[in-house]
Design a binder for this molecule. Structure first.
Ligand code: ASP
Length: 331
């Protein structure tokens, strides 16, 4: 029921803790695309996403396996979570802002580097599809708020009330104290960022969220910001982030990870270095969670996070699995 945990500064925050537990030697948990023995090299499709969203990667795989495009797969995959009222961090049923409005953020990138994004969109279940329309039907990259909603209506998207009874009741409860602190999530139910590689070797990505619960009205995190919550370069690979968006935006996290892969790091190594940089900049602060997942052009994937508890889903022809992420802090 309580999908988000609050980590208070008092319970974790000391530079000593950071120094003592900082990563020294992390297991390389890179997952590789296994070559098929005796056959010429062939591209094997892969879908990865933040957290244990198996229904989403399953849907993406149902598009990829028969030869569908990375772009169609990534959109269809994250739409599963957007439509799930029980997922209170994405789409329908997402937790509202402090004033009771469910505002959604999403972005999408295709193999050509085209991208679309919507921020603070209200009243539509599938912000990722609106973002795709921004990418494909407008000369722009980002639409926000009322303008994004107007565009969604013009594109034929149906309006819906996204505030479910469960999320409304939790919000009413929250209002009794109304303590405004960004919420730190260390559980596996957060923003979904997905990267796909299709049978033609093309890559796409998407990221969608209702953002921090009880955020200030108008607050936008990393998820719809190209380069922060998501980045894909079809020559190299893609990355996606979850966690406290402000910290990811400050480092342009997903772009950083793709650039690290361009310099030769594996997806695993790149995610580790991305987290290390964030921790270095934060000088001992440990009261927040961030998780990155990355997939390169060879189909290798990796992930890394600050606190234990993050994992990513991977679906390829070898199977469908939840892969636990190593963490910068060990407890
Ligand atoms: N990254 C999202 C945001 O900051 C929220 C999350 O992943 O928990 O809006």
């Amino acid at each position: 029921m309580h999908r988000r945990k609050f980590l208070r500064n008092s319970s974790l925050g000391s530079a000593g803790l950071l120094g003592a537990t900082a990563l020294t030697a992390c297991k390389d948990t890179t997952v590789q695309n296994q070559p098929i023995a005796g056959s010429p090299p062939q591209i094997k499709p892969v879908a990865v996403c933040t957290w244990d969203f198996g229904n989403a990667t399953g849907k993406a795989w149902s598009v990829l396996e028969p030869g569908g495009s990375a772009l169609d797969a990534v959109e269809a995959g994250v739409m599963v979570e957007e439509a799930d009222p029980n997922n209170q961090t994405v789409g329908l049923g997402g937790r509202p802002d402090r004033d009771g409005h469910v505002t959604l953020d999403a972005c999408i990138m295709d193999p050509e580097g085209h991208c679309g994004s919507v921020m603070a969109l209200e009243g539509f279940v599938h912000p990722v599809s609106v973002a795709r329309k921004v990418m494909e039907e407008t000369p722009h990259v980002i639409l926000v708020g009322e303008g994004a909603a107007q565009f969604a209506l013009e594109q034929g998207f149906e309006q819906a009330n996204l505030l479910t009874e469960a999320s409304r009741l939790e919000w009413e409860e929250w209002k009794k104290e109304a303590e405004y602190k960004p919420i730190i999530n260390i559980e596996n139910h957060d923003t979904i960022g997905m990267i796909t590689l299709d049978a033609n070797g093309r890559m796409a990505g998407a990221c969608t969220t209702s953002g921090m619960a009880y955020k200030m009205r108008g607050r936008v995190g990393d998820s719809p910001v190209i380069g922060a919550g998501l980045y894909v370069d079809d020559e190299i690979g893609g990355a996606a982030a979850t966690g406290v968006g402000e910290e990811v935006v400050r480092m342009v996290g997903s772009f950083l990870i793709v650039e690290l892969m361009r310099q030769g790091l594996s997806p695993q190594q790149a995610c580790e270095e991305g987290v290390r940089r964030i921790m270095k900049r934060n000088q001992g602060r440990t009261d927040f969670q961030i998780g990155f997942v990355a997939l390169n052009k060879k189909g290798e994937s990796g992930a890394f996070c600050i606190h234990p508890g993050f994992s990513y889903r991977r679906y390829d022809s070898d199977g469908h699995r939840n892969v636990p992420s190593e963490s910068y802090l060990k407890s």
